[in-house]
Every structure is written in structure tokens, then in C-alpha cells.
Design a protein around this ligand. Structure first.
Ligand code: FAD
Length: 527
């Protein structure tokens, strides 16, 4: 059977859905094809342990979504994605009984930092104030625009000392920057642990941009937010928006081939053999290896381009995640130092930066971190609708290698439960009631993540390593301008494009800007 749409989107992640909604509203007839039984990709909530316990199997912290235009442009609140911004945002818990809580309120945060270092509190206040402006005027617009050549973006920065300093930070790594700015291990530990959650080690060059990003984003009027009822409601809101404007999402529809004729993409073929034609264009939410080598095929590509696709580096450092169904919320041993830790959305288990470096050193050796330094999250503490009355949910995220030294990726199926037990044991050292509270756990190894969302190759949620040579105009290759490909009407819109992973819809939004120019769309309704 052959159906025909103007635009076909391969993969129903939030980036594919973002692009689909904008283009449908611009007057095109858009079809989104999703391999799973639900669209949303990393916006996914499932009762994975027990009935009534809503586990967000991928994203929880949705800050970037509110930095850009997507949430408002697509009226996602009206379509069912309501947000909560917790006052107590994140904390670091220390084994000496102390903790450092970061609030949305900058003054309260600085008061807490001053308990560790007056000097750091002052530094933090001035940086957070400055970085808020930087976030609003530079980082936000940088996320939500197609990347421009470094020679052009550098010009504005190079005209002032402040600009040069920002550029220096962006090119540097979090470890260097945090060390030059702060003296207290408490604040260094919190920042370095939190920043690594974007998907890179503290010594990753090019990752320095996340220091101003984190300081600017955590405090009012910004802040890390969670979707009421679970991240799956964000996915549903995108789908509702698309369908309300006449678009279509087809689930259980795995794309096996992107059909090309010469330099044009003509449509797709599904796993069941169905062929669907695309009148105008095809957009892929998938990363370069899958899109070009698997779905199109090397025989349809020029050899130099095959080389540039193959040099795309996948992520090796991947999140292992343990989801808990709890009989009651966890109670922190360090709550005597600051009781607000009991209502924090995120808590980092860390004593000093060296522990994070040790974690990443083990990952580099392709071994499991002996003492996992987890980032833990408590969605139901902030949004009680995510668990049955009086009960709670929790998540522990820990970076691990995909390709284990002993046994490779396949060994994950053998070591998964043992490693989950190690994570829970370390976690329980920080809380009073872990053993009596756990009703059930559900662990996902990198292999499980990859099996569920095949778009997250090797379990990598950025769809490819984030490092200087794979960011901005280099993401994912330099032979074609960002979001474009060797096929004149095939575009890319997933996390393998600028600005990469996280829930914000930025990749989808940016792809639409490029498509709108190429198609000479007059009805740029979002401008
Ligand atoms: C454990 C974990 C925790 C995370 N936490 C956060 C967080 O707190 N905050 C945050 O901002 N981000 C977080 N992320 C990252 C975020 O989820 C991703 O960066 C984001 O989902 C990428 O979006 P995307 O739309 O580009 O791709 P994806 O979400 O990967 O979506 C791609 C879609 O394509 C579908 N697909 C794959 N192959 C095919 C095919 N052949 N045919 C049809 N469909 C196909 C997939 O099923 C998927 O639905 C987390 C991710 C993980 C795994």
C-alpha cells in the first residue's frame, strides 16, 4: 500500500515531534513514524515496577524546554504538559552529615553556600547574576538557532574582555573552570556532578559552556522543572498538538528504509513492507550511522561522505538507571543540617571532586565504578501524582561504560542486577529508611536503553559524543550545512545535530528554520 504525505518524520522523539508540529501548522501534511507503541522518545513514563508508580525511564529535568520558544509556540500547556518548578532544586549530600542545597531562590542558595565558604557565596552570587543575562542573551539564543561558523560567532565575543572570558570558558572544561572559581569542595562537587549529567566527563573540552548554563539555569526566573504526571505527558502534548492541526503519528511503525532516487528522498519503507511517499521532504530524528548506513545504504552514498558518517563517534559513557518504587519517601541522614534536602528534586551523592574523576577513570578502563557517585531524583516528592498516596518514586543515575572490558556490551545482562544492588547499597548509606522502603526496583543498563530506544545507539542519549569536534557546526558532519544532508530534501532534526541532547526541542526547532528557508515558507507563523 502506498500513502502520500508532504513530509515524513522518521522517529517520534520530542525533536521529531517538534519539527512535525511547526511544519504541520505551516500548512504541510505531516506524518510521524514511530517504531514503539508510543511517540515521545526520551519523554517517557511507564509503571515499570508496580501499578500507580510512574517512572520516567529517561528525562525528568526539563529546563531547556522553557529557555526556548517551543513550549509557548506549540501551546504545550494547553495540550496537557503542565510544569512544576520546585523551590528546592538540587542538593549534594555528604557522608559527614552535611549537605548543600541549591534553591531556585539565589539568596537562599548563597546563604547555604556561605555555610561552606563566604568567599564562594560571593563569587557564586555575582556569577549567577551575570550568567543569567548570558543565558538569556547568548546561551538561550545559541541553543535555539542553527549554529553559525565559529569565525562569525567569535567576532561578537572577541570585542570585549567579558566576551573573551566567556569564549575561554566555553572552550575549556568544567574541571578547570570550577577549580579557578571556587575554593570549597562542597560547591565544586555539586557543580561538577550536576554538569556531568549533560553527558560528559568533567575534563571534556568544549563542555565548559555548561558551567554558566548550570548557574544561570538553576535560579529564578529560570529553574529545573518537571512535567506534572510524568515526562510522558510532554510527549502526549506534542502528539495532541500535531493531531489537533491535522497531522498524523503512526506508532508501531518501524522505518526500515529511507527511499532515495538520485539526490532526492522519495519516501520510506516500513518493516512490514508498507511504502509511504513523501511529496516534499523527509526528516530524520535518528543519528547519522542509522540514517545513512542502515536506512539508506552505503551503495547510495559517495565514498567521502561514507567516511564522514563513519567517523561520527558514538557515546561510550552511558547512564545506568535504577528506578525505585518506595513505601514512603526517603529520609536523608543529613536532613539535620538542612531539612529541605527531603524535598529536593535532585540529590547528588558525592564528597569531593576526586570521586567523580575516579568514576570516570573506571569508565575509561571500561570497568564498573566501584563506588558509584550517583545523581538521584525524586519526582514524586515534587509531584505526588507520580506515586500512589503516601508512597514515592526515586531514580538513581550513574555513568558507566557501554562496552564492558570483560564481556563487552552483552555482559550487561549478567552484571546488571549486581550493579543495581551496588548502587542501592551506596545510596542507602545516605538515607535512614532505604531497606524498609523499597517495594520493587527496575534497573536499565545501557543495553536496555538501546533496546528500548534504538535511536539512543549504545544507550547514548545525545545520539553521539559531545566534544569540541562534534559540537556546533561540526555536528554531525562538516560536508553539509547543519541539518542538511547529501540528499536535497532529506534533513536531520535529532540530538546528533546542534545543540545535541536534552529535552528542549532545539534540534527540531532549528531544523525547521533551515527547512523554512529552503522551502521559502511564507507562513512562518512562529515569527
Ligand atoms: C536515563 C536518561 C535520563 C535522561 N534525563 C534527562 C533529563 O533529566 N533532562 C533532559 O533534558 N534530558 C534527559 N535525557 C536525554 C533526553 O532524553 C534525550 O537527549 C532526548 O530524548 C533526545 O531526543 P530526540 O527527539 O532527539 O531523540 P529520541 O528521544 O531518541 O527519539 C527518537 C525516536 O525515534 C524512534 N525510532 C528509532 N528508530 C526508529 C525507526 N527505525 N523507525 C521509527 N522510529 C524509530 C525511537 O523509538 C524514539 O522514539 C535523559 C536520557 C536518558 C536515557
Amino acid at each position: 500500500m502506498t500513502a502520500k504525505y508532504d513530509i515524513i518524520v522518521v522517529g517520534g522523539g520530542h525533536n521529531g515531534l517538534t519539527a512535525a508540529c511547526y511544519l504541520q501548522k505551516a500548512g504541510y501534511n505531516v506524518l510521524v513514524l514511530e517504531r514503539l507503541n508510543r511517540a515521545g522518545g526520551g519523554a517517557w513514563t511507564e509503571e515499570a515496577t508496580l501499578p500507580g508508580f510512574k517512572h520516567n525511564l529517561a528525562s525528568v529535568f526539563h529546563g531547556i524546554l522553557h529557555l526556548g520558544p517551543v513550549y509557548k509556540d506549540l501551546e504545550l500547556q494547553k495540550y496537557g504538559a503542565e510544569y512544576i518548578w520546585p523551590d528546592a532544586q538540587v542538593a549534594a549530600a555528604f557522608t559527614d552529615g552535611r549537605c548543600l542545597v541549591f534553591y531556585r531562590d539565589l539568596d537562599k542558595t548563597c546563604q547555604e553556600i556561605a555555610r561552606f565558604s563566604e568567599k564562594d557565596a560571593e563569587t557564586y552570587r555575582s556569577l549567577a547574576t551575570m550568567f543569567r543575562t548570558v543565558l538569556d542573551n547568548m546561551i538561550g539564543p545559541w541553543f535555539f538557532s542553527p549554529p553559525v561558523p565559529n569565525s562569525i560567532s567569535s567576532l561578537a565575543f572577541e570585542s570585549s574582555v567579558e566576551g573573551l572570558n566567556m569564549m575561554r570558558m566555553q572552550l575549556s572544561n568544567p574541571k578547570n573552570i570550577v577549580n579557578e572559581l571556587f575554593e570549597s569542595n562542597a560547591i565544586k562537587s555539586l557543580l561538577l556532578s550536576f554538569i556531568k549529567e549533560f553527558g560528559g566527563a568533567p575534563d571534556t573540552y568544549g563542555f565548559g559552556v555548561f558551567v554558566p548554563m548550570m548557574l544561570g539555569e538553576t535560579h529564578y526566573p529560570h529553574g529545573w522543572a518537571i512535567c506534572k504526571g510524568g515526562s510522558g505527558n510532554l510527549a502526549r502534548a506534542f502528539v495532541n498538538c500535531l493531531e489537533d492541526h491535522g497531522g498524523t503519528v503512526m506508532t508501531n511503525a518501524e522505518v526500515k528504509k529511507i527511499l532515495v532516487d538520485g539526490k532526492r528522498a522519495t519516501g520510506v519503507q516500513l518493516a512490514d513492507g508498507t511504502v509511504i511517499e513523501a511529496g516534499k521532504l523527509v526528516l530524520t530524528n535518528l543519528e547519522p550511522h542509522t540514517t545513512f548506513l542502515k536506512l539508506i545504504g552505503e551503495e547510495k552514498l559517495e565514498p567521502p561522505f561514507i567516511h564522514s558518517v563513519k567517523r561520527w563517534r558514538k557515546e561510550d559513557t552511558i547512564l545506568f538507571h535504577t528506578h525505585l518504587a518506595l513505601d514512603e519517601p526517603l529520609k536523608w541522614k543529613c536532613a539535620a543540617f538542612n531539612p529541605d534536602i527531603n524535598r529536593c528534586l535532585g540529590v547528588l551523592l558525592i564528597d569531593e571532586p576526586q570521586e567523580i574523576y575516579d568514576d570516570f577513570a573506571a569508565i575509561d578502563r571500561r570497568e564498573l565504578p566501584p563506588k558509584p557517585r550517583m545523581f538521584t531524583a525524586y519526582p514524586s516528592v515534587v509531584d505526588p501524582s507520580q506515586a500512589p498516596p503516601g508512597k514515592a518514586t526515586a531514580i538513581g543515575w550513574q555513568y558507566v561504560p557501554y562496552n564492558l572490558r570483560e564481556g563487552g556490551p552483552a555482559a550487561w545482562d549478567e552484571v546488571k542486577e549486581e550493579f543495581a544492588a551496588r548502587c542501592i547499597k551506596i545510596w542507602s548509606e545516605y538515607v535512614e529508611n532505604m531497606d524498609k522502603s523499597i517495594l520493587k526496583h527496575y534497573a536499565m543498563s545501557p543495553l536496555d536503553t538501546e533496546r528500548l530506544w534504538t535511536s539512543m545507539v549504545q544507550g547514548g542519549f545525545n545520539h553521539g559524543e559531545m566534544s569540541q569536534d562534534q559540537l556546533t557546526i561540526f555536528r554531525p558532519f562538516v560536508e553539509y550545512k547543519p541539518y542538511r544532508t547529501p540528499f536535497e530534501n532529506l534533513y536531520m532534526c535529532g540530538a546528533s545535530t546542534h545543540p545535541s541532547g536534552s529535552m528542549g526541542g532545539a534540534c527540531g526547532y532549528n531544523a525547521v528554520q533551515v527547512i523554512a528557508d529552503d522551502l521559502k515558507i511564507k507562513n512562518k507563523w512562529w515569527e
